[in-house]
Design a protein around this ligand. Sequence first.
Ligand code: G4P
Length: 191
Amino acid sequence: MKAMEEKILKEGKVLPGGILKVGNFLNQRIDSLFLREIGCEIARLYAGCGVTKILTIESSGIAIAAAAGMEMGVPVVFAKKHKSSNVDGEVYATTVHSFTHGNDYRAVVARDYLCGGDTVLLVDDFLASGNALQGLLQLTEMAGATAAGAAIAIEKRFQGGGDALREKGIRVESLACIQEMDDESIRFCQI
Ligand code: G4P
């Protein structure tokens, strides 16, 4: 999505440690009209795939997932992050390791909200090492649902998470895919 690349170049800022700051339009201040474009693009990419539900994880994935859900006319479910290791029998739960934050957390979804018959589109803002997406995939599999694929606003390809999912046969669509970046330039993948 050319508009996503242009937005990153114009408003993004590369921080030390390979972090791209996009708080001005995606992570803290949300550019609503641009969010609508993101939703439209995700809906276009997955049109005709029989998606019945969108699954994301709190917190920054929720706005993007909701924008896509409105365009696709399907419900949006978000996994909650729990610090506690208590597992309630009424939930699907998995442990996710955050590479960026260096901690583990549990991603939890109530069983009522994911069903065996669902075709699930996984949505998130960033795809880095891919642990959050792998966690969402596990929750989908626990429910006996089918994953249609993933739609990601920004993939940092140099961290390998997207390619690991593709190697597993999961369709991964990134609206912008960063090959490499430093404080002077950002280079996008030509795919
Ligand atoms: P992974 O899921 O792909 O393995 O990545 P990782 O654990 O490293 O990501 C942890 C968190 O950091 C996620 O958000 C993710 O969206 C975010 N993140 C990863 N890389 C970047 C980046 O370059 N820029 C920004 N702005 N965020 C990044 P989170 O901390 O779980 O929480 P939330 O922001 O969704 O609430």
